[in-house]
Design a protein around this ligand. Structure first.
Ligand code: HEM
Length: 581
């Protein structure tokens, strides 16, 4: 019988060393490969792992939603639903527009409940419908915990930039503090004459066209878009208004191109860059010329500093924001112990050295780039929404002659002693017009949804919202909900606002065209003032009827718009109507 010695014992020493070295090399290789993998996949952590965690967290709370596809989430299904819903027009004067504009919400909420999870590509979004939860989410308690998501900011970067609408956190607080005074009532008063002048131009044009005819057909959506653009150009830049108008034409093109940014060809991408450059250069010219007019003119310098802050740079938005920036800078200089306060705005840009985080923030906020972004934001927000409020109000007034008559009577009586022109103080007395505007904002709210991303874990009531989840408030669906507004929710009934907004429905938070809380619309008083001035002036001079060529087809392209415009028949008011009143 042959006996074999144990195998290990037969290995010579060199082979043992070689085996050990190989094992060490394999182990080292595995460690290097694992580290490389970690480094490589770290950026995808937030994209893939966090959404998965979010899904688990919501499932634990009993919230589910439509199953997502791998890369596109529920976007494909949403797009198909929306395309199908808008294939045909709506019945004439039906205001039941939610199934057409939010078909995805209608379908998914039927299956998964009013609050559900859906996927915007890789971004998880939670539809929130509970009004108490919405109230708490939008309250000041959560103002820095929620904000604009990266996806939202990227989508509008070219035509809004980092202006107030898209700012987050401390930067948002600073910006809001800086621009809000421009919308205080004592400053809004200065905008009335600009609004009247722009509207009178429209009135004169219509009167000229009516010299030869009894009636004319006007595409009121184009006309109001043009008018709202003129008003925002004048109120923002007063003396530099002509250059402001050129900017806004280019910004409009930039906006249209940016909205379809996912399928831009090379030439269009170049056009975007070119337009952006042109717009920014023109803004810079206006801003630096305004600054130098005040600060580089030695004869007026001291005198200017003795003026009230609000009039130092002029009463337009740019002037008011520049003045407010000055006050903030003055405070910052006092805090830094600088002896000369704020004598030279341009010199001060070079003064901040060894910056703390706070100082860096201050400087960034006061930069010209920032001012430019703010101007762009005002144009976009001030034009897009007000134009639509005016257009939809014309559509409704033209369709409901008795309300048109009541609003006209009220306007004519209110302007009896002011040569037929509106005054700032009388606007609050236009109650019928106020009710009509509120009902228009309810039925055809320009901003159909509100979206915010949670920057940290949040708890509202029983609902846990994990970091990284975007909440999505379907404002349009809430505005048309029969449980909240009653069986007549889809009817035009301005009288529901006769006793104020809070008594118009079952829940005081259900009416939110301007959103709520500290991030509500900073320009809402400006918008309502503009709408009242334009409408009271035109109502007191002309009557309107919806043209037979009107096709009722609301669509959503960022905001709620009439797909084929709103053609109306305009006639001059008979003089006997005026004398009766
Ligand atoms: C009918 C007219 C208007 C409507 C319906 C409207 C609606 C809204 C809504 C819903 C928001 C909140 C958006 C959100 O939280 O996601 C908002 C914010 C804002 N709006 Fe308006 N808006 C109107 C007119 C204006 C005007 C005329 C201006 C300025 C000239 C303006 C400037 C802004 C700005 C700067 C914000 C951002 C506020 C912040 O984040 O602190 N809006 N608006």
């Amino acid at each position: 019988m042959v006996r074999c010695p144990p195998v290990g014992l037969r290995l010579p020493a060199a082979e043992i060393v070689f085996a050990a070295a190989s094992m060490a090399a394999v182990l080292a290789g595995a460690v290097v490969a694992a580290s490389a993998c970690l480094l490589l996949f770290y950026p995808f952590w937030d994209r893939w792992w966090r959404p998965w965690q979010i899904k688990r967290c919501l499932r634990r709370q009993g919230i589910s939603g439509p199953p997502p596809r791998l890369f596109s989430g529920n976007l494909h299904e949403r797009n198909v639903l929306r395309r199908q819903a808008t294939l045909s027009h709506m019945p004439y004067l039906s205001h039941d527009i939610v199934p057409r504009l939010l078909p995805d919400y209608v379908q998914w909420s039927k299956v998964y409940g009013k609050s559900f999870l859906f996927w915007w590509g890789a971004e998880p979004r939670l539809a929130v419908y509970d009004l108490d939860q919405i109230k708490e989410l939008l309250s000041s308690k959560h103002v820095h915990m929620l904000g604009r998501s990266e996806l939202q900011r990227r989508g509008v970067a070219h035509f809004i930039g980092q202006g107030l609408l898209m700012a987050n956190g401390q930067a948002w607080s600073h910006q809001r503090r800086t621009v809000a005074p421009a919308f205080h009532s004592q400053n809004l008063k200065h905008q009335v004459s600009h609004m009247i002048n722009c509207t009178m131009e429209v009135s004169q044009e219509w009167s000229r066209m009516l010299e030869m005819k009894d009636e004319i057909e006007v595409e009121v959506s184009d006309c109001m878009s043009h008018l709202a653009g003129e008003i925002i150009a004048r109120t923002q830049f007063s003396n530099d208004y002509k250059k402001g108008k050129q900017i806004f034409i280019k910004l409009g093109e930039l906006q249209r191109l940016s909205i379809k940014s996912s399928n831009l060809n090379h030439a269009q991408r170049q056009r975007v860059q070119h337009l952006k450059h042109q717009v920014e250069s023109m803004f810079m010219e206006i801003i630096t010329s305004r600054m130098s007019r005040v600060f580089l003119n030695p004869s007026t310098q001291e005198e200017k500093f003795n003026e009230t802050v609000s009039s130092r740079y002029g009463h337009d938005f740019l002037g008011l924001v520049l003045a407010e920036i000055d006050i903030c800078k003055q405070k910052a200089m006092v805090n830094l112990g600088h002896p000369h306060g704020c004598k030279n705005i341009i010199r001060r840009h070079h003064m901040f050295q060894n910056k703390t985080g706070e100082e860096e923030l201050e400087e960034r906020i006061y930069s010209s780039q920032h001012l430019m972004d703010e101007c762009k934001t005002f144009f976009f927000t001030g034009h897009e929404t007000t134009w639509l409020l005016l257009t939809w109000t014309f559509m409704l007034l033209a369709s409901y002659p008795s309300w048109q008559e009541r609003a006209r009577e009220e306007a004519i009586i209110a302007m009896k002693n002011t040569f037929g022109l509106p005054q700032f103080d009388m606007l609050s007395k236009l109650q019928v017009l106020d009710m009509i505007l509120l009902e228009t904002l309810r039925l055809y709210t320009p901003a159909t949804i509100l979206a915010r991303e949670a920057f940290t874990d949040i708890k509202v009531g029983n609902l846990e919202i994990p970091k990284g989840l975007s909440v999505w408030v379907p404002v349009l669906a809430i505005h048309h909900d029969k449980d909240i507004w009653g069986e007549d929710a889809n009817e035009f009934k301005p009288e529901r606002f006769a006793n104020g907004v809070s008594k118009s429905c079952k829940h005081p938070m259900a009416f939110m065209p301007f959103s709520f809380g500290p991030r509500n619309c900073v320009g809402q008083n400006f918008a309502m003032m503009e709408a009242k001035i334009v409408l009271s002036l035109l109502l007191s001079r002309f009557s309107f009827e919806l043209s037979p060529s009107y096709i009722h087809a609301p669509i959503c392209i960022l905001t709620l718009q009439p797909k084929y415009g709103v053609p109306i028949i305009v006639r001059r008011i008979k003089s006997d109507t005026l004398s009766i009143i």
